[in-house]
Each structure stands twice: as C-alpha cells, then as structure tokens.
Design a protein around this ligand. Structure first.
Ligand SMILES: *Cc1c(COP(=O)(O)O)cnc(C)c1O
Length: 377
C-alpha cells in the first residue's frame, strides 16, 4: 500500500487506510484460527466478534457478515421489505446504502439532508410520509461519523409504525445523546471495509435487539440450510457469513477502537484550529448531543477558492482527498426514483471536501496538509 516518491516528505497521505494495532492483537486471533484449523465462515472468532461488538455498542444480538452491504440487504429482508415496497433512504450517502433496496426489488425514495446535521432532514422525512404513507422501511445514515438527529426521526417513524434501519457503516464509536449509533433503530449496520475506522479488510455486522431476527439472518446468510442431514432448503439463501480468519482481525481491531477515535478527533481539531480562519471555510457540524467518531474530517468551501482547486493542489503533493458523497438522486442509475427535499445535498456536494483523516498520520503529515491548503488563500 505504501507508495513512495523520490525525495523526502512526499510519501502518500491517505484519506483513511487500514491501521492494525501496534500490539499485534489481530495476528494473535488469526494465529488461533490457523492453529485450530477454523479457516471457515464459522468458528470462535466469528462468535467472539459478534458477542464483543454487541456488548460494546449495547445491542442484544449481532450477526457477522461478509460486508456492510450484505448487512443492509438482510436488514431490509428482516424488516419485511420485498418486491414493490417503498423504502426511504438518505440521498447523501454511499451507493451501498441504496443498492440493497434494488436487490430486494423494492423502490427507493430519496430524502434530503439538513445543514444542521448533514444527515436525514426530519421535515423532509415528514413530507415523504405524507406522499408515501405505505412506506415499508426507513434507512437512516450517520455520515462521516456524525450522527443523525435520531429523536425527531424516530418519533416520525414510530408514529407511522415503520421500522428503522440505521446504516452506521461510518459511525462505529459514535454516540448520540450518550447511546451508540446503530442501536436506536430496529436494525443497525456496521462495516469493516478497508477504509473504515476499524477494518477486517472486508466485513460487516448487523445488530438488533430482536434476537430471533438475528438468528434468522444467520440462517439466510448460510444458504438457508434447513435442519436436516441432507441439503434441504425451504427459503432463498445467501452466502454472506464472515470468515473466521477475518473475524479475528475484527476482534483485535475492536481493542483499539477508542484509540482510533481519539486520534481521528485530534486530526479534526487540528484542521479546525489551523483552517477555520480561512475565508469561506466551514467545518462539518458537530452538535452538542453528538459525540462523533470523526471518521473523516470534512468541510465546505464557499467563495473564491473552489473545492476542485483544493483537491488538485493536495493531489499534486501526493495527498489524497475527496468531494463529499454525490447525492443518489443525481446518480445516473438512481435518477428515475423520486426525491423529497430541496437543494441542501446538492450544495454540500458542490462545496464539500473530505480531508485526509488517516490515523497513521504524524504531526508533520498534518502540517503538510494544512500548509498546502493555506497556500491557496
Ligand atoms: C462503507 C459503507 C457501506 C458499505 O459497507 P461495505 O462493508 O463496504 O459493504 C454502506 N454504507 C455506507 C454509508 C458506507 O460508508
């Protein structure tokens, strides 16, 4: 992964790359998997990872799956979403939030964000309920480790008796009013993809207090094999379980999650301190009811300097940065689906930048980033 250029101080700075523990916890769990020959999507690490993560976030049960996308897919299925059903989905998100709606032959309706949270706007959600009262499920996302404002969102969904799925893929370690994101809705989804705050190289987790639903998800994820000596199937199956080797990486990574959050927060505070005085710069909203994991440090740039100039200047210095997610209602694949809202996410996409937030960055790397940016002003 490490890409070096000639000269010093030019090593690539990443947005967010895998960061294994200095203590080597992950290797210890992998070694156990090898020593016991549980090189399979079943074993002690899978069970242990599920229990440890569920305990950490405060959920009754968890199912370790191959990806966060698979977890969203099976959450929709567990919530009873099927052919022709409508599902509300934030427009400002990664496509992996919306794709599983299509896997279930259901129909997404995209919902706007608000500037106060960058996440789902409760007023837009309310308006969507008026237009589609028979909606089957609502997906809420906690982008960049910022939590959505769950209280008004849950109130609206509970009033209509509609299940909530939280896509907390980017928000492991984030708290809303003292409670872990991913545990407010009926289902919560975490991702351990290589760019997330902790990683198993690839992986996901579905958490819920509905223990019987998590049992069912494990069943679907192992090809829906009925209890019989021969191979017997009464339902459609999926091959979505997490490998016992990768679950070992996850158990080790869980031990350093607090360290990672602390570092991500320090990165955000450094950027904020150094850059907040630049004309037109505004950082992502951190509300007093929210303790983010600061997965990515993001800001908007409004004025003389355009975000694209900033992205290009950083790339020239071998520093990775990105625009914010492009809204789903602007994506060629999804543009035929309905959208409820105004232009909040369009503005955020136009003006937003994700700064390098890699926890392996040293102080000199952070200085390199801010110096490159300051030169533009
Ligand atoms: C990463 C991500 C996912 C998908 O997780 P995978 O494990 O990569 O499948 C879903 N939603 C959001 C918001 C994400 O950032």
């Amino acid at each position: 992964m490490v890409e070096k250029k000639t000269g010093t101080g030019r090593e690539r700075i990443y947005l967010s790359s895998p960061h294994m523990s200095e203590e080597g916890y992950e290797k210890q769990y992998i070694k156990e998997a090898f020593d016991t020959n549980w090189i399979a999507p079943v074993g002690e690490n899978v069970d242990g990872f599920e229990k440890e993560l569920a305990a950490m976030v405060g959920s009754k049960a968890a199912a370790a799956l191959s990806t966060g996308t698979a977890a969203i897919h099976l959450a929709l299925k567990a919530a009873g979403v099927g052919s022709g059903d409508i599902v509300f989905c934030p427009t400002l998100t990664f496509s992996a939030t919306a794709n599983p709606i299509i896997y279930q032959n259901a129909t997404p309706v995209f919902i706007d964000s608000d500037y106060e949270t960058w996440n789902m706007c409760p007023q837009a959600l309310e308006a969507a309920f008026l237009k589609y009262p028979d909606v089957k499920a609502v997906i809420v996302v906690h982008l960049y480790g910022l939590s959505a404002d769950m209280d008004p969102i849950l109130e609206i969904c509970q009033k209509h008796g509609v299940p909530v799925i939280e896509d907390a893929a980017e928000s492991l370690g984030t708290y809303y009013k003292g409670k872990h994101t991913g545990t407010f809705g009926d289902y919560g989804v975490f991702s351990f993809n290589g760019n997330k705050i902790i990683t198993t190289s690839g992986g996901g987790m579905l958490v819920s207090d509905h223990e019987e639903k998590i049992e069912k998800v494990r069943f679907w994820a192992t090809q829906s094999r009925d209890k019989a000596r021969h191979y017997q199937h009464s339902e459609l199956g999926f091959n979505y379980r997490m490998s016992n080797v990768l679950a070992g990486i996850g158990r080790g990574q869980l031990k350093v999650l607090d360290q990672r959050v602390a570092k991500k927060k320090a990165i955000f505070e450094f950027y904020q301190r150094e850059l907040c005085g630049l004309e037109g710069v505004q950082f992502m909203p951190v509300n007093d009811w929210n303790e983010p994991n600061y997965w990515l440090s993001c800001m908007t740039v409004n004025g003389r300097i355009r975000p694209v100039e900033l992205l290009e200047a950083l790339e020239k210095e071998n520093i990775e940065s990105r625009p914010l997610w492009k809204p789903m209602h602007l994506q060629p694949f999804f543009e035929a689906y309905d959208y409820v809202g105004t232009d909040v996410t369009e503005r955020l996409f136009e003006n937003g930048v994700c700064l390098p937030s890699d926890t392996k960055m040293k102080e000199e790397d952070l200085i390199r980033v801010v110096e490159t940016i300051k030169k533009l002003w």
